[in-house]
Design a protein around this ligand. Structure first.
Ligand SMILES: [Zn+2]
Length: 179
């Protein structure tokens, strides 16, 4: 939300500067402002989220598809706006670019929020990953992750590091007598 507000504010500032400083018309100025700022959003927004998001192949494809779709939607709105302005005169044709260029910049991050948000399957996968990372006693299942020795304080058996790793991967109890 802060990023979106900042982008809109930057957009208005840059647009006004360019509009005053260049001989471009409104449309050209909007287009150029969008071309400069949209990539900034495209880079900054994922940078904030990239570590928090679980990147599944589906999510990656949806993100790419949405990048194209959000531009297409904005383009369609632009065409519709111009046609409607020409046909009815209710809206100004000149405003089409003022609406559609910022629209493309805002649509994309909003859509990615829905694509990137954690779903039930993500939480399940995360908890499976967390369990895989923890080291438990192959004999009794006691959590050994935070211990400084490989002797289980619960059942008293001692394991080599290899046995702890193998026991974790196979998830099968290792039958071994206490030393
Ligand atoms: Zn044990």
């Amino acid at each position: 939300m802060i990023l979106l507000t900042a982008l809109v504010a930057a957009y208005m500032v840059l647009f006004n500067i360019l509009y005053m400083a260049t001989p471009w018309n409104e449309f050209q100025t909007h287009l150029f402002t969008g071309l400069v700022l949209h990539p900034a959003g495209l880079i900054l927004w994922p940078l904030i989220w990239v570590r928090a998001v679980r990147w599944t192949p589906l999510r990656t494809s949806l993100t790419l598809a949405w990048s194209a779709a959000s531009l297409l939607i904005s383009g369609a709105v632009f065409v519709a706006w111009v046609l409607l302005a020409a046909a009815t005169g209710w809206i100004e044709e000149d405003h089409a670019s003022a609406v559609c260029v910022p629209l493309a910049m805002i649509l994309w991050p909003l859509g990615t929020v829905f694509i990137w948000q954690d779903r039930h399957t993500d939480r399940a996968a995360r908890s499976r990953e967390a369990q895989r990372e923890s080291v438990t006693c192959p004999g009794c299942g006691y959590a050994l992750s935070d211990l400084r020795s490989t002797t289980c304080p619960e059942c008293g058996r001692t394991f080599t590091v290899r046995e702890l790793v193998v026991g974790r991967e196979s998830d099968e109890p290792i039958s071994r007598q206490a030393d």
